[in-house]
Each structure stands twice: as C-alpha cells, then as structure tokens.
Write a protein of this length. Structure first.
Length: 179
C-alpha cells in the first residue's frame, strides 16, 4: 500500500468542524476520559489550543494532521516540566483513516518538535492497555513500555488503566532510520 504523506500544521479556529467530525465519534474516543464531544466542547478545545500559543512560555502545542489536504487527526505536545525538560504527547485520528500511518506520522512530528524545538529530555505517552493499535504506534516511534498505572481515569465503561511509554532525547537522536 502506498502511503500518502501526512502534513502537520498549527491548529486554527477554522478547524473546529473538521476536528468535531472525529472528536464527536464514540469509536474515536473510546479509550479517552472525554467524549464523544459536543460541538461546544470541540470549539472549547480548539479555542484553548489557539490561546495556548499566546502564553509565555508556551507549554502546550496542538497540531492538525492533514492527509491529502484534509484534516484527519490532531496531536498535542505538553511540556510537563520546564525545569526537568519533561513532556507528554497525545494524538487522535479519524477512524476512517486508521491503519494508514497517520498516528505514527503525528507522533513522529510531536517527538521531533519536542526534542528539537522545545529541547525536552524525556517525552512520555499513555494509552489504555486495550488500545492495541495505539500501543503499536508508540512502539513504532521507538518509545519504551515502562509499565502500567492502575485506575488512572474513570471512563464510560469503568476504570481505565494506563500503559506508560517514553523516549529520551538521545534515543530519539540515535533511532534507526525507518525502512
């Protein structure tokens, strides 16, 4: 299968409708403590992402992921500690394009920006242990499974555990070339 390149850009207010097209779907947020979003919740999320760019220092970076020019996912990098150079990434992809490398492309961009532009030392991500596809993405990104935190969030079907993955700046810099 030929994969179309994913482009990543800053999220803008005009993206509300496109983001809501997947943030409002139960299957897209199945493993999240939020959602499915109402249109107002999606607008608040996008507005918060845009507002975060005006804060100094900026500690929240939210991006739109586009496939063939269409917004099909979002990714977020949060600086959790400036002093300790720690960050966290998360992403969400429209179910219609699952399996096409969009999550991996978003994650790679977030890690590259976190280590490159932001100068972080360690970046982590969490995922529900039932979310096998997301765990596979984190592994493809070179992140190490560190363990499981129990009952980290109450979601629609009960308590959610979180598997924790991380990668250090030197691991990112010395990762093998994809191929």
């Amino acid at each position: 299968m030929i994969r179309t390149p994913v482009t990543v850009r800053e999220l803008v207010l005009g993206d509300c409708h496109a983001v809501h097209a997947f943030a409002g779907l139960p299957e897209a947020c199945r493993y999240q403590a939020w959602g499915p979003n109402t249109e107002e919740q999606t607008r608040d999320f996008v507005q918060g992402a845009v507002d975060a760019r005006r804060r100094s220092p900026q500690v929240r970076f939210v991006y739109a992921a586009c496939l063939d020019g269409e917004l099909v996912g979002i990714g977020e990098l949060k600086v959790r500690s400036l002093a300790h150079r720690q960050g966290e990434i998360s992403y969400l992809v429209h179910p219609r394009v699952w399996g096409r490398g969009v999550g991996t492309a978003i994650g790679g961009e977030l890690l590259g920006r976190g280590f490159g532009l932001t100068g972080l030392h360690r970046i982590h991500a969490t995922c529900d242990p039932r979310n096998v596809a997301s765990a596979r993405v984190l592994g493809k990104l070179g992140m190490t499974h560190e363990g499981r935190h129990r009952h980290t969030g109450l979601i629609r079907d009960g308590w959610r555990d979180s598997d924790v993955y991380s990668i250090l700046d030197q691991e990112w810099a010395h990762r093998p070339e994809p191929g």
